[in-house]
Design a protein around this ligand. Structure first.
Ligand SMILES: [Zn+2]
Length: 326
């Protein structure tokens, strides 16, 4: 009887908690009505949705403070941001910690900063489930927004070739992680393709902009006169480490502005209706046909690798580690 009573009391006490522990609990919506003044019709626009978590490290006040400078960085390229929604949620504690899916070591020495569809990074199934649960199914437009989710611990991983020739898998914590299409391609279902995780308390406007650059420009760490590298520093460009905020254009600028303007996450509002850019045709790898502008012209600065083996560069820094841009 005592056991039975204990079970009843425990069920009463912990039953509702147990239910709450396997789902998203909505706590409140933040007021975004004052954040979208000054948006211009017919300008390329990206919708941002914020899913801050009760036990995460990022506050709504930080986000609001960072927005004006973030917008300034993208304004010269003709891009504006609309804060479509922002809410505070509570998620199970276990959902806050993410480790990458290791996958197989790169085959035939073919490790690239811009992988071909066959060499895309896998997305850990547990991470995909959490992203889907947090974003939910909000209908048209939700797939084409950038979703910022605050999670306490998100690791990235990459393969490095040891001096003895063996592959070694490395991991590092991230302050923010953009899960860019050029790395994940079709391994990231369209419904979660817009996710950027936020884990650091000290996120600057530039970090928000840099991570959005990975997502929207769809490039690694590269800039004017600088081919992609895992860790690359400089004073000017947004997409390398440092304080720069420039998004360069043309062949010298590795077509960054031009790629940005083709991002499927962007739309124009024409006669009251949103007209999105065409979607990725091959999952958004670096050479996706969405960046081809004619039979002999395309918005990429790297030649697509052929199937011939080549010495590995390693993948370190293909995603940002804790030591990444500030
Ligand atoms: Zn980066």
């Amino acid at each position: 009887m005592k056991v039975f009573l204990f079970a009843v009391v425990a069920a009463l006490l912990f039953g509702p908690l147990a239910c709450a522990q396997d789902k998203v609990v909505h706590k409140l919506d933040y007021d975004v009505s004052g954040l979208n003044q000054g948006l211009v019709a017919n300008r390329l626009t990206c919708d941002l949705q914020f899913h801050l978590t009760k036990d995460g490290n990022v506050t709504w006040e930080t986000v609001v403070e960072r927005l004006p400078k973030l917008r300034e960085i993208f304004e010269p390229a003709g891009i504006q941001f609309r804060v479509a929604s922002a809410r505070l949620i509570e998620i199970p504690d276990a959902w806050h910690t993410h480790t990458p899916k290791r996958g197989d070591p790169p085959s035939n020495e073919r490790t690239w900063f811009y992988p071909t569809p066959a060499d895309m990074k896998p997305l850990a199934p547990a991470t995909e489930r959490v992203f889907k649960a947090v974003i939910g199914d909000k209908g048209p437009g939700a797939e084409l927004s950038v979703h910022f989710i605050s999670l306490r611990s998100v690791q990235t991983g990459w393969w490095e070739r040891d001096s003895d020739g063996k592959w070694r898998y490395e991991t590092a914590a991230t302050g923010a992680c953009s899960f860019p299409p050029y790395l994940f391609g079709k391994n990231m279902p369209a419904r979660v393709r817009g996710v950027i995780t936020l884990s650091s308390k000290r996120l600057s406007s530039r970090t928000f902009a840099h991570e959005l650059g990975h997502k929207l420009i769809n490039v690694s760490h590269e800039g004017v006169g600088k081919a992609p590298k895992g860790e690359q520093w400089g004073g000017d460009d947004l997409m390398i480490y440092g304080n720069g905020t420039r998004i360069p254009s043309g062949a010298k600028g590795r077509f960054q502005v031009e790629r940005l303007k083709r991002s499927p996450f962007l739309y124009r509002t024409v006669a009251g209706k949103r007209q999105f850019n065409p979607p990725y045709r091959e999952g958004g790898h670096y050479w996706d046909p969405v960046y081809r502008i004619s039979a002999d012209r395309a918005l990429w600065a790297e030649t697509r690798p052929k199937r011939t083996p080549r010495k590995s560069q390693g993948l370190k820094g293909a995603l940002d580690s804790q030591a990444g841009p500030r």
